[in-house]
Design a protein around this ligand. Structure first.
Ligand code: DAH
Length: 372
């Protein structure tokens, strides 16, 4: 075999063995590049006699053409193969089941769900939402709500107090959402732009205030942090009938019933006069509470007519305006509707519990398409 034939066999063999475009380019450079083997042979032509050049030139150029052609074919083939591999790897098999995305496995916490249900119902009844801070002053949490100084009710709330500041003022974690009543009625003393103020309002006022509340208490039906929703209506000629209708409406809608049977039981709250607790008729015989049936009663909400002292403490004239107020325990409402045995589980962050009791993010409660 001549040197030329050997070179041809070697180069074409290398072309055929190149597994990808980068390897093929290396073969091309080794043969046809500036310092390539075939380029080196072509460079020897200049030193040959015209006769030698004629035959050797034709043979070397034929080899060059052959190699160029082989390189071209191989490049096309490798390109096609790479494209096919890419298409195969990017194939979407539309017959495969859809993989569960975070949005499907994630759950809305029952408290958030109940809060959304409450706000949907009360928004439909014409209430707007007011918020207040978790850290409150003694004044808003107690004094302006007509808790006398040194009154045992202050102790009854098992309050979490902060250490007093230099001015001797002792802040606390609010024990109920009732201070938001004060903040809403008190249209003066409200720093402009403070986000927790529902907008300083003059009557008529119709607000609800959902939020976190705190008391030193922990057992199956109490957690140190819990949730309440406060309601406040101030207008002219408001009476207990308005209160009863509003609560009946709310309770029936919340439990997704046509109607419910309720009763007022006299009670005492410093900030309302008269005060009542409302019970709803229920059946507990099967081990769980079924609202809207049976002959038993379950306490569901504290309420009453806003005490004239509270109106006065908030700059509202009780001879002109009257109102009612109520306060629900949100966690308790959730337990009654969705049947969780132990309240503490609500805050244990156990994803199995959440998967069981949680709600789909797609099921946003609203009066049109339903609550739960
Ligand atoms: N603040 C009361 C509590 O935490 C609940 C309550 C009762 C709120 C009666 C009210 C009301 O607005 O009128 O126990």
């Amino acid at each position: 075999m001549s040197d030329l034939q050997a070179l041809e066999a070697e180069t074409l063999g290398a072309v055929a063995a190149a597994g990808d475009e980068a390897a093929l380019e290396a073969v091309r450079v080794a043969a046809l590049g500036k310092k390539g083997s075939i380029s080196a042979l072509l460079a020897t032509l200049g030193k040959m006699s015209p006769d030698e050049r004629k035959t050797a030139g034709a043979a070397i150029n034929a080899l060059k053409d052959k190699v160029s052609e082989a390189l071209g074919e191989r490049r096309t083939m490798l390109k096609e193969r790479a494209l096919e591999a890419r298409l195969a790897s990017e194939t979407v098999d539309v017959t495969l089941p859809v993989r569960e995305a975070a949005i499907d496995t994630g759950r809305i916490h029952p408290i958030s769900q109940v809060m959304d249900e409450l706000t949907a119902i009360f928004a439909d009844l014409g209430f707007s939402i007011a918020e207040g801070p978790d850290v409150e002053s003694d004044d808003y949490n107690f004094t302006r709500l007509n808790f006398p100084e040194g009154h045992p009710a202050r102790e009854m709330h098992d309050t979490f107090f902060f250490a007093p500041n230099e001015a001797g003022e002792r802040k606390l974690l609010r024990t109920h959402t009732s201070p938001v009543q004060v903040r809403t009625m008190q249209k003066t003393n409200t720093p402009p732009g403070a986000s927790w103020i529902a907008a300083g309002q003059t009557p008529p006022i119709r607000i609800i205030s959902p939020g976190r509340t705190y008391r030193m208490d922990s057992d199956a039906t109490h957690t140190p942090m819990f949730h309440q929703i406060e309601g406040l209506v101030i207008d002219r000629n408001i009476h207990m009938g308005h209160l009863k209708w509003t609560l009946d409406q709310f309770i029936a809608r919340f439990f997704e019933l046509e109607s419910v049977v309720t009763r007022f039981r006299p009670h005492h709250f410093p900030f309302t006069e008269p005060s009542a607790e409302m019970d709803v008729q229920c059946d507990t015989s099967g081990g769980e509470v079924k609202i809207g049936q049976g002959t038993e009663w379950s306490e569901i909400v504290g309420c009453g007519m806003v005490h004239p002292n509270v109106l006065r403490n908030c700059g509202i004239d009780p001879d002109e305006w009257q109102g009612f107020a109520f306060g629900f325990g949100v966690d308790r409402l959730g337990r009654l509707k969705y049947g969780m045995p132990d309240l503490r589980d609500m805050f244990a962050s156990d994803t199995r519990w959440l998967a069981h009791y949680g709600f789909s993010a797609f099921a946003a409660p609203n009066p049109a398409s339903g609550l739960s």
